[in-house]
Design a protein around this ligand. Structure first.
Ligand code: SAM
Ligand code: 2KA
Ligand code: SF4
Ligand code: MG
Length: 261
């Protein structure tokens, strides 16, 4: 699909006059297996919006965050493209950060009306009221911050903004109270576990809903097979030690970092 560069930080520059009704900046749309979380292995259509309010140094979707590209599509056309994948019953709305866009709610409503199971992959900093069957929330830890040493593009210009935005316990609590939720943490090493324990405790104190240990998933950092090979066993052992759930990155095991997988 042809894409054009986005002009603003969160990628919310508007569609051209040729697009009617609610529209989304779509980076890619593809059919694959859900690679992460409780539904890993389920055939799924992925809609990846462009634009994000954070800048994780490790972001595996660089062209939705650090250098966003997309084509503006009418929500109606996105639904038709999803429906062209005859066998799919599940749709994942991801990004970038899908909840920066008002039209994500329109899309979820139309998908729900057609009977799809919807998962939203979100960083948990923005709440939206929408028909979401599984909120797949991935709160960002201190180890995600793009310090000058780990900045994929500049020299740490995003570090402060990322740091001030990356966690909002009240928003996490609202998501947990409203939706069936999994909390899926990207783990870079043992150092992350104190922060995860602390955050899970704060969400449990704040939310009027239960967060079971098997709703808390540890996912190894790794956009490539090579980096996963380095991290996955450490993270699997940490899951056993702390009593949380481990999630693979099945798509990376199967297809490495190929686009559209
Ligand atoms: C690209 S993000 C888009 C959704 C949303 N912005 C978020 O971060 O949850 C999709 C998922 O990939 C995870 N992710 C991104 N880069 C990763 C990496 N290098 N290793 C492991 N997981 C990664 C995110 O934490 C999130 O669970
Ligand atoms: N196969 C596959 N599964 C995924 N689960 C979450 C993904 C995402 O990027 O949000 C993703 C993805 O990019 N590919
Ligand atoms: S929040 Fe998600 S999309 Fe945004 S930079 Fe981090 S991993 Fe990438
Ligand atoms: Mg992905």
């Amino acid at each position: 699909m042809p894409v054009r560069a986005t002009e603003t930080e969160a990628g919310e520059a508007s569609p051209g006059d040729d697009v009617e009704g609610p529209a989304l900046p779509v980076n890619e749309l593809f059919y694959s297996l859900q690679g992460e979380g409780k539904l890993a292995g389920v055939p799924t259509v992925f809609v990846r919006t462009s634009g994000c309010n954070l800048r994780c140094w490790f972001c595996d979707s660089y062209h939705t965050s650090w250098e966003p590209t997309h084509d503006w599509l009418a929500v109606e056309d996105v639904v038709e493209e999803v429906a062209s994948h005859d066998d799919a019953e599940h749709v994942v709305l991801t990004g970038g950060e899908p909840f920066v866009h008002d039209a994500s709610v329109d899309l979820l409503e139309r998908l729900d009306a057609r009977g799809y199971h919807t998962t939203v992959e979100t960083n948990g900093t923005i709440f939206r009221d929408a028909p979401v069957d599984l909120a797949s929330v991935s709160p960002k830890l201190a180890s995600s911050t793009p310090t000058p040493e780990r900045d994929p593009k500049g020299e740490g210009e995003w570090a402060e903004k990322h740091e001030s935005r990356r966690l909002d316990v009240d928003t996490l609590a609202e998501l947990v109270e409203t939706y069936e939720t999994q909390l899926k943490f990207v783990v870079t090493g043992r150092e992350d576990l104190d922060e995860i324990d602390d955050l899970v405790a704060r969400v449990r104190e704040t939310a009027d809903a239960t967060v079971a240990n098997d709703d808390v998933l540890l996912m190894p950092e790794g956009a490539t097979r090579e980096s996963l090979d380095e991290n996955r066993e450490t993270v699997a052992r940490l899951a056993m030690e702390y009593g949380y759930r481990y999630t693979p990155r099945l798509h990376v095991d199967l297809w490495n970092d190929a686009p559209g997988t």
